[in-house]
Design a protein around this ligand. Structure first.
Ligand code: PAF
Length: 283
């Protein structure tokens, strides 16, 4: 596996692949790779001749009181996992190259509407940071296909929106969430959980599955349902940030006729903020 940290050699390699007619797949990550990320790589390998993975802990998407400094950095282990999967190129750009003029001066990309709701309301500026870095990485790697986990459902919709709105020439793939045996969605932030919190954590998934079942069986009093499940999660030790039932296509509040729904949740367990979602198809 080739490891590239600078933009110019990456562009040179990209040009070479273009000449060779290779289909280029891209998996952007912030490292601390787990089975969820590796699943994205496996999906990329199905569609593409070469697979580029980036590892970049993006300061622009962290709020002032968030975990940028504490975010787990495990480059050597990550390299081994990617090498074993047959990744072609690992791209590890440096903060000073990505944000050479500083974050204050940085041109940004923002997908309005979608970026301000749900997680965006709780984490102002977060999705601007995500869209900006993903746009920059797309410009550097110029992939034909890019792969993102459905665990970050809102992020996935925002990236699809950006690609559409800016007429970017690539296909964005959403890949289903990988879960631990007890149902907990895989996430780098699971590493922050104490053993006691880890034992409670799967209840976040169990509860949205329960909520989804009630919707499937015909309950339409969404506000009451959300309040009920918020109470259940808070009662077992979570501090719920939000539970939402939205249209899976638009992320707006669903109309009565809507058949493709998504249940989204964010909740704190101690200091750790966990997110999860399930899709509920009523058609
Ligand atoms: O999902 C992530 O890990 C990050 O938000 C991403 C897409 C790599 C952008 O920094």
């Amino acid at each position: 596996m080739q490891v590239i940290s600078d933009i110019l050699p990456l562009r040179e390699q990209r040009r070479q692949w273009q000449i060779e007619g290779k289909v280029i797949g891209f998996v952007p990550t912030m490292g601390n790779l787990h089975e969820g990320h590796l699943g994205l790589v496996q999906e990329a390998k199905k569609h593409c001749d070469v697979v580029v993975v980036s590892i970049f802990v993006n300061p622009m998407q962290f709020g002032p009181n968030e975990d940028l400094d504490a975010y787990p950095r495990t480059l050597e282990n990550d390299k081994k996992s990617l090498e074993a999967l047959g990744v072609t190129t690992l791209f590890t750009p440096k903060v000073d190259d990505i944000y050479a003029r500083g974050l204050e001066q940085q041109t940004f990309v923002e997908v309005p509407g979608l970026s301000y709701m749900i997680c965006g309301a709780s984490r102002p500026g977060h999705f601007r940071g995500v869209a900006t870095i993903v746009c920059k990485l797309f410009n550097m790697v110029q992939p034909n296909h890019a792969f993102f986990g459905e665990k970050d459902f809102q992020q996935l919709q925002i990236i699809k929106g950006m690609v559409h709105d800016l007429s970017m020439n690539l296909t964005v793939h959403g890949v289903p969430t990988k879960r631990e045996e007890d149902g907990l969605a895989m996430s780098s932030r699971n590493n922050y959980l104490t053993p006691e919190e880890r034992a409670i954590a799967p209840k976040i998934y169990a509860n949205i599955v329960g909520l989804g079942e009630e919707v499937r069986k015909g309950r339409r009093d969404f506000l009451a349902l959300i309040a009920e499940y918020k109470g259940k999660l808070n009662a077992v030790g979570f501090k719920v940030d939000y539970i939402e039932i939205r249209s899976a296509d638009t992320l707006l509040h669903p109309s009565h006729e809507e058949t493709k729904l998504v249940v989204l949740v964010a909740a704190f367990l101690g200091k750790t903020r966990l997110i999860d979602n399930i899709q509920v198809d009523l058609s």
